[in-house]
Unconditional design. Structure first.
Length: 630
């Protein structure tokens, strides 16, 4: 961070420039968080907003300002790109010129802004990307909702409400250029598409506003009066529709469901309280989270993930009070000791040992009383551990599950006991997501890891000479890293003719498992494999040992790519045996403990917290090996 005094000079100059620019009417700079307070400033956060036309973008800026007020030494400077990527690039250059320490950006355009974001990130300024992601991973953190899921939730709610008899639904369509709106709509249509007896009537607004919604509902009176539900994808559109229904005398006949669920008078939650909206699907804006993480980033704190996918809830009359209480509750951490039961899958790999250590060490640092049970790869043992935690009355249960399926019953028991469950490292597949049996899932993006492995192969192992044979050494049957890494790998493989998976076998994520896969293959075949994709380092190292014992030279006779990137993998790359290691970061203790403390102080958990990971190969192994923490 730069010196306080220097900042003040910059900020004063900025304020003068802004005032000057405002007088000529072309500037959208909003100085100093609009707080007017003259506190000491240690850090400037530049906020580059794509436009200030869309309602929720204005809400984001307001939330960012509100949150910034809580920090003594942070100020925000906001710019409005008015929907133009060229202007947004210019805005960012201006913010850099003003000495911004961190950029928060809601990008206009994935491609152009992706390049600019990369440039800023590479220059050493941390970047938080909000609401709309960009290509690649060249940013510090992404925070956003899943608009497709929001639309889906609205669709499922309407299907449930209409039941078997079905009905007519009017969809109020807005600006086709709004990515959020388009994603919500496609999620909504996807959910409703195959529902029996539902007829959709789509009507288009001239502009995305309350007035435009009012006008269109009045104009479309003939359709509306014969309908059961209006689906509006924003709070302002819903408010316009509410007023129009009242004017038409249809407010007791036609229901409205919308998305946004903002707080404040006449916004979604208030309209549900007033009984004017049947339901709203909340779209968390993420301003709170952005400032919270910005503070951690500026202070070099650990525990900052790569992506945070925010959670959306259906709010109707059955839970509106509960939601209002949650929103208005004091969520400051009282620092009390929290009791956590952790069911760890086993000790199968070096990755797992580093993961366990990270969790144990962080628990101490976060004043958390951790009770960890190691399950030795047994789902039965994990059930026993969870049941014993329930009996003990812990505050939170954390599970790293051996397989994805079969958890519904025990998770229901935890829910019935009022104990929230967090999934750590690996996730579960439940029968009905709406049951909300888990609160959040924190860990790597396994699908992306698989993609990264195959992309490295595509870019580094020439396939022009014919079909390259790949051996895939998988983890244990039914585990999420096994299934998802395989899916990601195959996704990129399919786009690249010239490579084929000619042999697959399970090695259970262990060194011995990797050895066994090679041994068994060589018992039946001559060695004819060009590439090994091993789903973890331990299996790759076991495979390397076995290959060498058979006179097959790793990296020379066969390229070997593995996942995890532990110190042992780096050593193997430096020795010239392992070709590439895709990172899966086991150091998730700080993020997990932060999530646990947030959960216990009443903050809403994001849907998903994704860790930060990279790809390393022999060309960089020497440089990175000294920095490895696991
Ligand atoms: O779930 C993460 C995986 O499990 C790691 O990649 C592997 O090494 C571990 O055993």
């Amino acid at each position: 961070m730069k010196m306080l005094k220097e900042k003040w000079h910059i900020l004063s100059a900025l304020a003068v420039m802004v005032l000057a620019a405002l007088t000529i009417g072309g500037c959208h700079m909003i100085p100093l968080g609009d707080s007017g307070s003259q506190k000491g400033v240690a850090s400037i956060i530049g906020v580059s907003q794509a436009n200030m036309r869309e309602e929720w973008r204005v809400a984001l800026i307001n939330e960012l300002r509100e949150e910034t007020e809580k920090y003594e030494d942070i100020q925000i400077v906001t710019t409005d790109a008015t929907g133009s990527a060229a202007k947004q690039v210019q805005d960012i250059d201006n913010l850099i010129g003003y000495g911004m320490d961190l950029l928060i950006i809601s990008p206009c355009d994935e491609k152009i802004m992706g390049e600019k974001i990369k440039e800023v990130y590479d220059s050493g300024i941390p970047v938080i990307v909000m609401d709309r992601s960009v290509e690649g991973f060249d940013y510090t953190l992404y925070i956003g909702p899943d608009n497709g899921v929001i639309g889906q939730q609205a669709g499922s709610y309407i299907i449930d409400h209409l039941g078997d008899k079905g009905g007519d639904v009017v969809v109020l369509q807005g600006n086709p250029a709004s990515v959020q709106g388009t994603e919500r709509l496609s999620g909504f249509k996807g959910a409703i598409e195959n529902a029996p007896g539902i007829t959709l009537h789509e009507v288009y607004l001239a502009a995305e506003s309350k007035d435009a919604a009012y006008d269109i509902v009045v104009t479309a009176k003939n359709i509306v009066e014969n309908s059961d539900i209006i689906f509006a994808y924003s709070d302002s559109m819903a408010l316009g529709a509410c007023d129009a229904l009242k004017a038409l005398g249809l407010d007791n006949k036609v229901m409205i469901v919308d998305c946004d669920g903002f707080k404040g008078a006449d916004e979604g939650i208030d309209l549900v309280s007033q009984g004017r909206l049947m339901a709203t699907v909340s779209c968390p804006i993420g301003g709170k989270e952005a400032i919270d993480y910005a503070f951690s980033i500026l202070n070099n704190e650990s525990g900052v993930p790569k992506q945070v996918i925010l959670r959306s809830n259906i709010i109707d009359k059955s839970n509106v009070e509960e939601n209002l209480n949650r929103i208005n509750a004091d969520t400051s951490d009282d620092g009390r000791k929290i009791k956590v039961g952790y069911s760890q899958v086993g000790q199968e790999s070096n990755w797992r040992l580093a993961n366990t250590k990270s969790i144990e060490e962080s628990a101490k640092a976060f004043n958390i009383d951790l009770h960890m049970e190691i399950a030795d790869q047994s789902q039965e043992k994990q059930f026993e551990a969870i049941r014993s935690f329930i009996k003990e009355g812990v505050d939170v249960i954390v599970v790293s599950p051996v397989v994805e399926t079969g958890w519904d019953e025990v998770l229901r028991e935890a829910k019935a006991a009022g104990i929230p469950v967090i999934m750590s490292d690996r996730n579960v597949l439940v029968e009905n997501r709406e049951e909300n049996l888990t609160t959040t899932y924190l860990g790597a993006d396994f699908v992306e890891e698989g993609r990264r492995a195959m992309r490295w192969i595509r870019d580094n192992v020439d396939s022009t000479g014919g079909d390259m044979k790949i051996m895939e050494i998988m983890g244990n049957v039914g585990a999420s890293p096994t299934e998802e890494r395989d899916a990601g790998f195959r996704e990129i493989l399919e786009e690249n003719p010239g490579y084929e998976i000619s042999y697959s076998a399970y090695g259970d994520f262990t060194f011995d498992g990797g050895k066994k896969v090679i041994r068994e293959y060589l018992e039946k075949n001559e060695w004819d494999i060009d590439i090994i994709f091993s789903q973890n380092d331990d299996m790759a190292l076991g495979a390397i040992e076995e290959l060498k014992a058979h006179g097959i030279k790793p990296d020379e006779d066969v390229k070997i790519i593995s996942v995890d990137a532990t110190t042992e993998a780096f050593e193997a790359m430096v020795r010239g045996e392992l070709s590439c290691a895709v990172e899966c970061n086991p150091i998730i203790g700080p993020q997990l403990m932060k999530a646990i403390r947030d959960l216990c102080s009443g903050k809403q958990m994001p849907f998903r917290i994704i860790t930060d990971e990279k790809v390393y190969d022999q060309s960089v192994a020497e440089d990175y090996i000294r920095k490895r923490r696991y």
